[in-house]
Design a protein around this ligand. Structure first.
Ligand code: SF4
Length: 411
């Protein structure tokens, strides 16, 4: 019987100059803000003395990885017009407005990790295009799509891929990857899949310092294996055994974590290894590679600087499921009243704002959030938030004071 040749995944080059030129014009039209550009060019501050001052963080909004992902999604539509079907694994980035815009272009969002039934129902074939989002996808999902012959448009950010490289290296050296991140986040799932896909590697995801301390304690003193596995259910590799797989570990992180926390995670794990094996042997048992991306770092540094200035409150604009935006909101919360909103409409009035509560993980209402009289408001936004949403936020604040931002810009 003749054997069927395996289907070769198709490589698609969308970054042709003619395509990219048209696409970038379209992207700028959808997401740019002249008002934000003007404020940035004038020191990041807009003010009506005695009434309202808005200060923008020096760095906020779209990062290079997000810009690239959006460009590629737009380019895919241009190169493969209707009726070619274009699917997207989950969301292109974590911003509802941007995802709506992508949907309006006829790009259909499917599960981030479609099961065999979903793939069968879609009848995917080599005629279909599938977009991989900026945070990547799991190795298993990619392999399935390749086996179906789909034309893949991979928008995975290069900074995410450098974490993958590190994790694969750890696996090759029989070093367990400890990932500081959110086990359910698409990026972390994609990263952990790299640890197990090419051999016998293992991983463990720790979310915070409390979990890190638990792991450190186990490294130093041992503990109850079943309790350990139950505590980290869904956050470790299949077959993970804390008695075997915590002997040599390498720390990496989801690209969008808080830098200070990531540094502390690696410091504590390193100290535990030193205690267990002695300072001379630590290099055999511990590795670390800082994989916080430059864009996340820049936005956190800029917010730190803004928080050093006198402010009455902070608005953080972005998608509620955006990891880097959540961390900006956490930083703000530690210092002053902070409202994490996904768009300007969430500021319903001067007396009512609906905003995301990170601890309850739901949207909540706050009343009388905007102080009377002269007020200074800081604004920042995550790497997936377009400038037009910042503009809407600034305009709404001015409206609450009975003013138009344009009038201020003109004076
Ligand atoms: S936040 Fe960082 S890792 Fe994520 S897309 Fe932007 S640059 Fe890439």
């Amino acid at each position: 019987m003749a054997t069927q040749a395996p289907i070769q995944p198709q490589k698609v080059n969308l970054r042709r100059p003619d395509v990219m030129e048209a696409v970038q014009a379209q992207v700028v039209e959808h997401y740019r803000s002249n008002l934000v550009n003007h404020i940035r060019a004038n020191g990041g501050r807009i003010s009506i003395p005695g009434k309202l001052t808005v200060k923008l963080a020096k760095e906020f909004g779209f990062c290079y990885g997000v810009e690239r992902a959006i460009d590629l999604a737009y380019a895919a539509r241009k190169v493969f017009p209707d009726p070619t079907r274009i699917f997207l694994l989950g969301e292109i980035i974590h911003n509802p407005e941007v995802n709506d815009q992508i949907r309006e272009m006829g790009i259909v969002s499917i599960s981030p990790k479609p099961c065999d039934q979903e793939l069968a129902d879609l009848h995917l074939s080599d005629k279909d295009v599938v977009l991989i989002p900026a945070f990547g996808t799991e190795v298993g999902t990619r392999r399935k799509l390749e086996a179906l012959g789909c034309q893949l448009v991979d928008t995975t950010c290069g900074d995410v891929m450098s974490v993958w490289k590190r994790v694969r290296q750890y696996s090759k050296e029989d070093v367990t990857s400890i990932i500081h991140g959110k086990a359910k986040h698409e990026e972390t799932k994609a990263t952990t899949s790299q640890a197990t896909a090419y051999g016998t590697g293992h991983y463990l995801v720790v979310y915070n310092l409390a979990e890190t301390d638990y792991v450190c304690d186990y490294i130093v003193r041992g503990g109850n294996q079943q309790e350990f596995l139950a505590k980290f259910a869904g956050a470790h590799s299949p077959g993970f055994d804390p008695d075997l797989h915590l002997k040599a570990v390498g720390v990496a992180n989801q690209t969008t974590m808080l830098r200070g926390e990531t540094e502390e995670v690696q410091r504590r794990i390193r100290a535990a290894m030193e205690k267990k094996h002695g300072p001379d042997r630590v290099s055999h048992h511990f590795r670390f590679f800082d994989t916080i991306c430059g864009a996340t770092q820049d936005r956190q540094d800029a917010l730190e600087q803004l928080l050093g200035e006198p402010l009455d409150l902070l608005l953080v604009v972005g998608g509620y499921n955006s990891s880097n935006t959540s961390h900006l909101a956490e930083m703000g919360e530690a210092k002053l009243p902070t409202y994490f909103i996904k768009n300007a409409r969430k500021m319903e009035s001067e007396h009512l704002i609906r905003h995301y509560n990170l601890h309850r993980q739901e949207e909540v209402e706050s009343r009388d959030w905007l102080p009377n009289g002269e007020v200074t408001i800081g604004i920042t936004a995550g790497a997936s938030c377009p400038n037009n949403l910042i503009e809407d936020t600034i305009r709404r604040l001015f409206e609450f004071r009975g003013l138009l931002a344009d009038d201020v810009v003109r004076t």
